[in-house]
Design a protein around this ligand. Sequence first.
Ligand code: SPV
Ligand code: MN
Length: 624
Amino acid sequence: MQDRFDEILKARLTHDNYIKIADLTNHKIHQFVAETIELCNPDSVFVCTDSPEDIACIRRRATELGEEKSLATKGHTYHFDGYTDQGRDKANTRFLLPKGWDLGSSLEEVVDKDEGLLEMKGILKNIMAGKEMFVRIFCLGPTNSRFSISAVQLTDSAYVSHSEDLLYRPGYEQMRRIGDSPDFFRVLHSSGELENHISKNVDKRRIYIDLEDDIVYSVNTQYAGNTVGFKKLSLRLSIRRAMREGWLSEHMFVMGVHGPNNRTTYFTGAFPSFCGKTSTAMIPGEAIIGDDIAFLRNIDGRVRAVNVECGVFGIIEDVNAKDDPLIMKALTDPGEVIFSNVLIAEAKPYWTGDGRAHPDKGINYSGEWFKGKKDKNGKDIPPSHKNARYTINLKALANLDPRADDPEGVEVSGIIYGGRDSDTWVPLEQSFSWAHGVVTMGASLESETTAATLGKEGVRSFQPMSNLDFLSMPVGEYIAAHLKFEEQLKIKPIIFGGNYFLRDRDGKYLNDKKDKYVWLKWMERRVHGEVDAITAPTGYIPLYEDLEKLFREVLNKEYSFEDYEKQFTIRVQENLRKIERILNIFDKEPSTPGIFFEVMDEQKHRLLEAQEQFGDCIPPVKFQ
Ligand code: SPV
Ligand code: MN
């Protein structure tokens, strides 16, 4: 170890903690911890080796420090984030841009790296005085695997650290395995000054991402999407690394869908937040591997995927025994659960849409809460925040796939892209080819904004691969990487488009929440060539007979031809307008590959031809 860092670590860590960090022969981790101590000046430092005692200590500290409080059910705790700290803070999340770098025009804000670092270091100076700093080492993806990426988080929040225990695979041993390699992600977080356990200095909330050095800084915030660095913050880092190395890092679930003869067929699915990604991955009877972030690699000509995480930080609104029985069981059985930003009354958690009678008062993210409480604009404050969440380990779920930790991942047969789209896409369709799927489904994904990010809801926005918020390169280059990924594949997954949110002209949803159970079964059958399809201008769509049969088998439900027609009518004008909107964006992206425009053009011509023959709203039978 370099003398200077060694001196700092020896002076500022207890002997036990010094041994734990010195035991790792990695110079860069020593430097990171030592320099952070110098900058942030914590009172004490706890190094977690992932031993059961160390993990228990973190959990205990979260309640001792008051960041979490215990609930009546064993293992359950709750945590509140500040009133204005209830979602990913896009406005204050910036890339630190080195001189000469260009990230394209569609990305979030950037700040000059030197200036941003200066500002950040100013805010971080002495910020941990009086606090304990936790040193956490995780592994993104399964350990000891070609997918593994080591990751180190320094934080003064025991809640963040505890959440990470539920969400990430332990990485201390993996860090030993990589020896002195400098190749790992770093996250430095501080909740900053606290008042009633809540970050106080919201005006100095900053999240800066340094793509050059693979490091993220996050300060004066507690919401896990801004602080648990290995969610979306380091997703930005892995997206770039994936592009450099020829694999994909995606905002996707990974799940197994069961088919005839006990077969399991694996799918990944990219949906923006609040668009059914987690509830799809947790469909009872199917098998979950992950619900949020996946790495996909070409291994021997086939696509294989792993879950980057091993837990769920899921939206709790509308989770109830009827719609999400598996999640509900995990949230009510004894076991480790962190509830955030729900209503608490008599040591019990409540949330909107939980299907239970609610007390008239309690505490929530707004403080003391009572029925009818209004915000400063006179709007009702709901019992739980719309983006209230639960954090659990996947082991709490009855349907965890046995291959969830397989170092080689699972072979992916289908990839689904879906958004919150009230008027354009049919609920389900299959692409004609990899390029058609990448271009017209993945890259053309649009979704109406939700409470997952701070800001106005319900605004249709461009969401390529559900990953726009996390892109760390020009979007044209990102799409080109997807197109290129196909080139070396011997067996290609089938790409599907999905939309759970289609409405009729009166604004009524055309599908039930559980219809997705059937869509997955149809896709599974398509992968194996066991059901036929209709060739529509936008893709292959299901036949009524097949869906009717599957609805009966899967949901024991009559599926009417009338519903089918309404759901699968091709809305030509809407699709054409969508093409224009998407082209408008990619026209300005010089890195977009030519094939993108060819595929869009072909789709446009198919739609125009169909329009000429059948008009603006074309029921599927017309294409049969
Ligand atoms: C999402 O919003 O997409 C999430 C939660 O999965 S967050 O960690 O906030 O990104
Ligand atoms: Mn997500």
